[in-house]
Write a protein that binds this ligand. Sequence first.
Ligand SMILES: Nc1ncnc2c1ncn2[C@@H]1O[C@H](COP(=O)(O)OP(=O)(O)OP(=O)(O)O)[C@@H](O)[C@H]1O
Length: 311
Amino acid sequence: MPSLTVDHVTKRYRTGTEALTDVSFAVEPGTLLAVVGHNGAGKSTLLNIVSGLIRPTSGTVATDIGRGRVLWAPQRTMVDWSLTVRQNIELVARLTGTPVAAVDRVLELLDLDKVRSRQAEYISGGQLQRVQIGRALVADAAVYVLDEPTAGLDPAAGELVMEHLRARAAAGSTVLVSSHDLDAVERTASDLVLLDEGRLRAHLPVAEFVRRAGATMKVSVAFAEPMPATMPDRLAAALPAGWVLTTAADRAGLSVQVPLATGLRPVLAWLPPEPRVRDLSAEKQSLRDVYLARYADRAPAPETETVTVQQ
Ligand SMILES: Nc1ncnc2c1ncn2[C@@H]1O[C@H](COP(=O)(O)OP(=O)(O)OP(=O)(O)O)[C@@H](O)[C@H]1O
């Protein structure tokens, strides 16, 4: 049963901007769901609605989490400036009835030990971001909602936070994060929701999204000696549909680009038995590659592109 159901949610701000249009999807417990899309696509609006901060104009968000709770870290800084780092996190622990020992664990986890007694006003932007994350993570929750949690963090800290969120999801929580860091999304998220101008374009497992977006794999081969002069033409004639072959001018190597879903085995079977392969490498397109190649220019129309998989 889904822990979170977003049903036909539309949000029109008072200014007239329609930030979300008829967005529907459901998330199972144990999912780390990344919400991705261009600036202004509606990610924060969606996360703010899920966390109950703002109300949708129409549609509903339902959480089926029993006695669990939803904890969130917004994009804009929301800390008490007069309190210390530790007190800021402790406040949430007290409000949620969480043992104080959890505060120390979170301080250590987020490398905030050194500034624990410093007032929030006098810490760096990245440390402030960690305090916000600490406030969201200090208590056990059924659903965590974090708006761009890795923005402003150094790479190591960003990795740490994402790994921790993954652990929370693995332990059964539902975790929603918005992020522009598509490499981190690919490494850690199980599923993604792609928003484009307020519309849901895709809701898929990350690997499935990359495949369906037409990702390719480029296999490069270096031979121990040049191919016979007629071989490039023979290879080209036997090339399966959808593959792209490039042979080196000196015939000492070739590269073949295949759909990612094809896998390596058919490529190895297609290679000639001679000359001997000296070196072989395979380079897969990443989520970032396919996003930039396919979605950066916003074509084609959202209606024709939405691919939603019910889980
Ligand atoms: N409080 C508000 N009042 C009016 N319009 C708003 C408000 N908040 C956001 N918007 C508009 O709604 C649209 C979606 O904004 P939102 O902040 O949800 O996008 P986002 O995907 O989170 O963007 P970013 O990647 O830049 O954080 C944008 O056009 C934005 O200008």
